[in-house]
Every structure is written in C-alpha cells, then in structure tokens.
Design a protein around this ligand. Structure first.
Ligand code: FAD
Length: 314
C-alpha cells in the first residue's frame, strides 16, 4: 500500500490535534507515515500509534527549531522523492501552507490549501473567496499536496505500529537563510487554543463592552471552550486581536461554534462557517448569522448568556 506522508505539527513533546486528524484522514488513502522534525517523537509515538500511524520518519536534528520552515520543506521534498507517496498531507496552518508551497515548487506537484474534506478519489472540497463559495478541486500534476483545515476531520482511533524510522537529513545552506533569533512565549490561560478547540464561544459588538467579554469567557469556561471574537470587538480593543475569527483573523472549524451578539458579516463567516454545529444568540431575528445557524436563540445576550451559564453549572 502506498504511503501518505503527514507532516506532524507538535510542540516538541506532544502532537497537535490536527496531526492526528491528518493521520485519521490518511488511513483512507494508504499507510499513514508521519514526518517528525526535531526532538520529541518518542514521547508522541503512543498517540500516533493510537490513531493508526504506520511509520514515523524522524529527522531529530534540533536545528529545525532554529530555521523557520525551509528545512522542513527540504526534508519533505527528499522523503517525497524517496518514498513516492500517494499524497502529502499538511495542516492548513500558516506554517503548513508555507511548507506546502515550498514543497510544490521543489517537486512540481500540485497543492490544494484550505481543504475541508476529501472524496475517495482525492477530490478536495475547499473554501474560496473568503468563504463565500465552496469548490471541489483535484490535483492534476504529480502527487497531491493537500493542506487540511484543523478540526475539519474528526480524529478516530485505530491502532497502528507507529514504527520510528530515523532519517538522515542535513539542512542545506540555502534552507538556513532565515534564522530564528528569539522566541517570546505567549502567556496562555487554561482555555484550549482557538484553532484547535472543539468548542468556540465568540462574542461580537452586541456583547456591549470589554467588561462584558467576561460573560463570554464564563460561557466558554462552562463548556471547556476557547474564546473568539468578531473584528468589531478586537478593533474596539475589547479583546486581543489574536482571538479574532474571520477572513483577517483565525479560521476555526470546531464541533460547536457559539456566536453571541455577532451579525454574521461575510468576513466573519469566512472564519467559522465550516463549524459542524453553529449556535447563535442575537436579539435581531433578521441578523444574517441566522442563515448559517443550526440553532438560533433570539434574545438579549445579557439575559440569555448568564442563564445558560447557570444551567450548565447545574
Ligand atoms: C477587509 C475586511 C476584513 C474583515 N475581516 C473580519 C474578520 O476577520 N472577522 C470579523 O469578525 N469581521 C471582519 N470584518 C468586519 C466585518 O465586516 C464586520 O464589520 C464585523 O464582523 C462586525 O462585527 P459584529 O458582528 O460583532 O458587529 P455588528 O455587525 O455591529 O453586529 C452586532 C450584532 O449584535 C447584535 N446585538 C446587539 N446587541 C445585542 C444584545 N444585547 N444581545 C444579543 N445580540 C445583540 C445585533 O443585532 C447585531 O447583529 C472585516 C471587514 C473587512 C472590510
């Protein structure tokens, strides 16, 4: 059976959820072979095995951490040449897309980004024009390189051996031209990371003030969710920009997206409309966000959200 190369996104100890989503997806098309860059593969081996990875190619040199994305693309291109995989799957994150673009240039293969689903013949469903249109597309040149949106695939366990195979790789001088000179660790609370979360609760201008975002946070905490915000909220300084969902913010695709006091502008929808279930709280029954809602509650957020939190706490 042909291999499907899956580029692992990880923090040096554990795999990001998107990696096991990709391994789950890869099983449909061949043998999932995870490509791990830098140290930490042993710690993550059990998790990768739990989700059916057949192999884990490990290039353990710590220098991957020093040189942005170019060495990763170079390593993948070398492995792709050697292993002749049936496809290469990457996370549709800023890094995954950049690695994909570089890999496409190196191999001459076709690349599809922002993919939210794959049919059996690897026809991909992906999102264009800021989320206004979904298209089906297929790579016609070479092996498909496919960047899949985090949370688009539900991870499903299926035991695999996840055999670690060390890879001899030395980064070329060309791939070492952009060096990371410093890292600033972002302070994070106990909430899940926005793009990885299974549940996201977002607040919009209808929330009314920066102080009221605490109500959104309490709803998020009672659901174990991440907090998001519309651009109206981040532009007003009510919540930090890194939590903005939408065309110019983060793209999320959780199992449940709760939008409170958000009108549903196309630019906001572009970042959340592939969520599996969308729940809306808005006092205006004509708000466009109801067009994409699975469940809608017409009401005042000040009243509805605290009641919801109280019920959830019970
Ligand atoms: C190039 C470009 C890029 C953009 N990128 C983004 C992006 O990435 N993300 C993004 O979000 N926006 C983006 N925008 C902005 C976008 O067009 C909208 O202006 C923005 O999404 C509106 O935010 P909102 O829904 O919170 O506010 P509003 O549109 O003002 O909607 C507020 C909603 O709250 C409801 N409401 C009011 N009071 C209450 C209450 N008490 N209880 C319940 N409901 C209430 C109202 O009925 C209304 O529907 C972009 C715009 C441009 C031009």
């Amino acid at each position: 059976m042909a291999e499907i190369l899956v580029l692992a996104e990880h923090d040096g100890e554990s795999v990001k959820k998107v990696t096991i989503e990709l391994v789950t997806l890869a099983r449909r098309f061949g043998e999932p072979a995870v490509v791990w860059t830098g140290p930490g593969a042993e710690a993550a081996q059990a998790k990768l095995a739990e989700y059916g990875a057949a192999k884990v190619y490990v290039a353990a040199e710590p220098e991957f951490d020093d040189y942005v994305v170019a060495p990763k693309a170079e390593l993948l291109a070398e492995l792709a040449k050697e292993k002749s995989p049936a496809a290469v799957l990457l996370p549709n994150t800023a890094e995954g897309r950049e690695v994909g673009g570089r890999l496409a240039v190196k191999t001459g293969w076709g690349l599809l980004t922002d993919v939210v689903g794959l049919e059996d013949d690897m026809t991909a469903e992906h999102v264009i024009f800021g989320g206004a249109i979904n298209v089906m597309a297929r790579v016609r040149t070479g092996t498909p390189i496919i960047a899949v949106r985090p949370n688009a695939i539900a991870p499903e366990p299926a035991a695999g051996p996840a055999v670690i195979e060390p890879v001899n790789y030395t980064a070329s001088d060309e791939s070492k031209q952009a060096k990371i000179t410093d890292r600033v660790v972002q302070q994070r609370g106990a909430r899940p990371e926005l793009t990885e979360a299974s549940i996201v609760v977002s607040g919009g201008r209808g929330v009314g003030s920066a102080d009221n975002m605490a109500v959104i946070e309490s709803l998020a905490d009672s659901l174990g969710a991440a907090v998001g915000a519309s651009r109206a909220v981040t532009d007003a300084g009510w919540y930090p920009h890194q939590f903005q969902v939408g065309q110019t913010g983060k793209t999320v695709s959780p199992q449940l997206y709760v939008a409170v006091g958000i009108s549903g502008a196309i630019q906001h929808r572009a970042g959340m409309q592939t969520s599996k279930t969308i729940m809306v709280v808005n006092k205006d029954p004509e708000a466009p966000i109801f067009e994409v809602a699975d469940f809608g509650l017409v009401g005042d957020a000040y009243q509805v959200v605290p009641e919801l939190v109280a019920k959830l706490k019970k």
